[in-house]
Structures are given as structure tokens and as C-alpha cells.
Design a protein around this ligand. Structure first.
Ligand code: UT7
Length: 325
């Protein structure tokens, strides 16, 4: 399999750190030094996840030279679907990808890496030839905008790639992990009230609540587990760390990017970072950073990339792939 094109889309509305100081007790200096984030894009009430994902996907399809009708599968990695039944089918209709089967995949900020590995299996088995993988999230819908420990981190966006059957397999190695025993560190929880329908028949109905996070623990987890999972993926790919051209980590915090790169002995110039402009866009962050680096002609055909996602679940994973046909 090969990854033959990328695209991305972000909302036009921009909220910088100065703007956040009007909302919570914080400062540009605190946010910049603790996270590296300077601004984030936020979806308007009228902007849907489907719209953002479709816009990113149109660009990825054009870059790959693939027609929507040629797609066999559309995989949408998201935690903020427009509809709990899923948004992938709506994207299929918007694109006119009439032949494609479409479904959502939820693995929080690891969603893109988990989706990449999932999509690759369909190609490896020979089941499908052309797959559209999207990472998209509108976390601004679920952030508590009064909670300064989380609201400064997140932004909205979508990134998309096209995977195609190819003579040589460009997914060189991967490793995926989950640890549900740490589930309570990062949540967007559903809670319900008991409602009595008739005597002795009770059901629960409620709503989702804003993101809660133990920032310090998630930070510790990322800095410890991400280098381990990358090492394992490198081992499976039979590659040494110096053979890597680019490191694209989930764009959560510049300090996490720096610490992981340092532990792996990857020089700064190989670390792709665009979180200053977008914040943490969850499942979108890796394809957004990837697409930007491709657009800026940093990433070129044949380059070897390590992508690693981590977050709620807890979940984490790494995939090593060679860019282009
Ligand atoms: O997608 C994956 C998801 N999440 C992550 O990757 C998040 C990982 N964690 C982090 O990035 C960091 O833990 C944060 C950026 C969330 C927090 O940074 P920190 O260096 O761990 O700060 P802290 O939570 O230890 O807070 C230090 C101080 C506290 O004050 P005291 O108790 O020392 O007086 C906080 O109340 O900073 C305070 N603080 C703030 N001050 C100004 C917390 N948030 C803010 C804020 N502005 N926005």
C-alpha cells in the first residue's frame, strides 16, 4: 500500500491566546511557554464536522488523482461526530463516492494512526484498492470554556489521506496500544438520569459532558509511552532511528514533542510541529501537520515518516511509512 495524497481544512475563525485571556485567568506567556500554542481555529455553530472532513478529503483526492467513484472505503477517525450513528456515510454522499463503504472509528487523538493501520490491512488482504482516511475533530463543542487547564489546548480541524494498493508496501512497521485501566485520565463522559418508563422498567437518558483531563498524568504517560511505542515500530520495520526523515507526533504540547524527540535522539529539524497555529486538534493533528509539510515541500516522495498518536483511552500507537507512490 502507498499513501498517495493528502489534504486538510480548518475553520476560518481564529482565537489567539490574547483572546483567551478575556475568557479565563491565563496569559499568552503561560500558554506559550507551557504548551507552545499561540492560536487555534474554531468551528462556527453552523460549521459541521462533515463539511470540514469533506473539504479536506476533496483536496486529498485531487492530490492523489483519485476520483471519488474509485474509492472502496471511507474511514473517518473522530470523537466529535455530527451524529452518534456516525458521519462517514454523510461524507460519502457529499463526495459522491457511490461505491465506497463508509464508517467511523473512534480512538481519540490516536484515531489517525489507528485508522492508518486499519486501512492498510484492507489493502494488504487485497479486499480494497483505494481508501480515504480522514482524521477530523471539533473538540470546541466539548471543551469547558471556563476551565483554563483544558480550554487553552484544543482547536478544530480535519486532515485526510488517500491510501492505494501498490506493488511495494509503504507501511513499514507499526505498534498500537491501549490501557483502559487509565481511562479516567481523559474523558468526555456520558452521564444519565434514571427515567421510569412504566413500573419496573427504568432506562437512562442524559448527555455528554465537557472534557475532563488530568494534564500532568497524560503528560507523563505521553513522554514515557510514545518513545517506547516508536522504538517497537522501528524494530518491526527493521529501521534505526537515524533512518527516519520526519517525526510527526500528535500535536498536543511542544514540550511533549521536544521531550519525545530528545529521548529518541531525533534532531529538532526532523520534528514537524504546527501546534502553535492550531493547538491540539485531536484526530486531525497528524494529517494536518503531514499535509502542511507536504504543501511546504518539506516532506518529499520516498521520505520515511514516523507518526505517533496518543490520548484518551488511554490509547497510543506509532506507524512508520514511506511517503508517496
Ligand atoms: O491529546 C492528548 C491530550 N492531552 C495532553 O497531551 C495534555 C498533556 N498535559 C499538558 O500538556 C500539560 O500538563 C498542561 C499544558 C495541560 C498543563 O501544564 P503543566 O505544566 O502540567 O501545568 P500544571 O497543570 O502543573 O499547572 C501549573 C500551574 C497551576 O498553578 P499552581 O497550582 O502551581 O498555583 C495551575 O493552576 O499553572 C496553573 N494553570 C494555569 N495558569 C495560567 C493551569 N492552567 C493555566 C492557564 N493559565 N491556562
Amino acid at each position: 500500500m502507498a499513501i498517495t495524497g493528502s489534504g486538510s481544512a480548518v475553520p476560518a475563525t481564529c482565537l489567539d491566546n490574547q483572546g483567551l485571556t478575556k475568557l479565563v485567568d491565563t496569559s499568552d506567556e503561560w500558554i506559550t511557554t507551557r504548551t507552545g500554542i499561540r492560536q487555534r481555529r474554531l468551528a462556527k455553530p453552523s460549521e459541521s464536522l462533515t463539511e470540514l472532513a469533506t473539504a479536506a478529503s476533496r483536496k486529498a483526492l485531487a492530490a492523489a488523482g483519485v476520483q471519488p467513484q474509485e474509492l472502496d472505503l471511507i474511514l473517518l477517525a473522530t470523537s466529535t461526530t455530527d451524529d452518534l450513528f456516525g458521519s462517514a456515510c454523510k461524507i460519502q454522499a457529499e463526495l459522491g463516492a457511490t461505491k465506497a463503504v463508509a464508517f467511523d472509528l473512534t480512538a481519540a487523538c490516536s484515531g489517525f494512526v489507528f485508522g492508518l493501520v486499519t486501512a492498510a490491512q484492507y489493502i494488504r488482504t487485497g479486499a480494497y484498492q483505494n481508501i480515504l482516511l480522514i482524521g477530523a475533530d471539533i473538540l470546541s463543542r466539548w471543551v469547558d470554556w471556563q476551565d483554563r487547564s483544558t480550554c487553552i489546548l484544543f482547536g478544530d480541524g480535519a486532515g485526510s489521506v488517500v491510501l492505494q494498493a501498490n506493488q511495494s508496501d509503504r507501511l513499514l512497521g507499526f505498534e498500537l496500544k491501549s490501557d483502559g485501566s487509565q481511562n479516567n485520565q481523559l474523558n468526555l463522559p456520558y452521564t444519565s438520569k434514571s427515567i421510569s418508563l412504566i413500573q419496573d422498567v427504568n432506562i437512562g437518558q442524559g448527555n455528554f459532558h465537557p472534557i475532563t483531563m488530568n494534564g500532568k498524568e497524560v503528560y507523563r504517560f505521553a513522554v514515557q509511552k510514545v518513545p517506547e511505542v516508536i522504538d517497537k515500530a522501528l524494530f518491526r520495520a527493521n529501521l534505526s532511528v537515524d533512518q527516519i526523515d520526519w517525526l510527526i507526533l500528535h500535536q498536543a504540547n511542544q514540550r511533549i514533542l521536544d521531550a519525545v524527540a530528545q529521548r529518541l535522539n531525533i534532531p529538532e529539524y526532523k520534528v514537524i510541529s504546527n501546534l502553535a497555529n492550531y493547538g491540539n486538534t485531536s484526530a486531525a493533528s497528524i494529517p494536518l501537520a503531514l499535509d502542511e509539510a507536504v504543501q511546504h515541500r518539506k516532506i518529499k516522495s520516498g521520505d520515511i515518516i514516523v507518526a505517533s498518536g496518543f490520548g484518551a483511552g488511554l490509547s497510543w500507537g506509532a506507524a512508520i511509512f514511506q511517503w508517496g507512490r
